[in-house]
Design a binder for this molecule. Structure first.
Ligand SMILES: [Zn+2]
Length: 121
């Protein structure tokens, strides 16, 4: 387990717990990278939104806030995108679609988009 993963597993906040649940209960395979943390942070905040889901603007703001919480910096066009690119990608390019390229492995979790809100549960 790398340092970032250890830190997340040791934290009691809702968002960190959402990641642990994704990995341990849903079987997602996520990369715990401090240099390319955008995807992890974004999936985390959407998963943490649970049945409420989360709006597009909230995804981006909360992704950035969560990165600060973890003490990592989101840099580059993808990691720090001003659009919810990671969860958007997960809608059609997860392990549930065998034809997708660059798949995000979210295990048994499903990503969805409904009435302007993203869900990952
Ligand atoms: Zn936390």
């Amino acid at each position: 387990m790398n340092d970032l993963k250890q830190q997340i597993y040791a934290c009691d906040c809702t968002t960190c717990k959402a990641i642990v649940c994704l990995v341990e209960e849903k079987g997602a395979i996520l990369q715990f990278s401090t240099t390319r943390g955008g995807r992890l942070c974004e999936l985390a905040v959407v998963a943490a939104s649970g049945n409420q889901g989360i709006s597009e603007t909230d995804v981006v703001n909360q992704r950035r806030n969560y990165a600060k919480h973890l003490g990592i910096e989101l840099s580059g066009a993808t990691s720090n995108a001003s659009e919810p690119v990671h969860i958007h990608w997960a809608l059609n390019n997860s392990n549930h679609n065998p034809d997708a390229s660059s798949r995000i492995n979210i295990g048994r979790a499903k990503a969805s988009y409904e009435a302007g809100r993203y869900f990952l549960k």
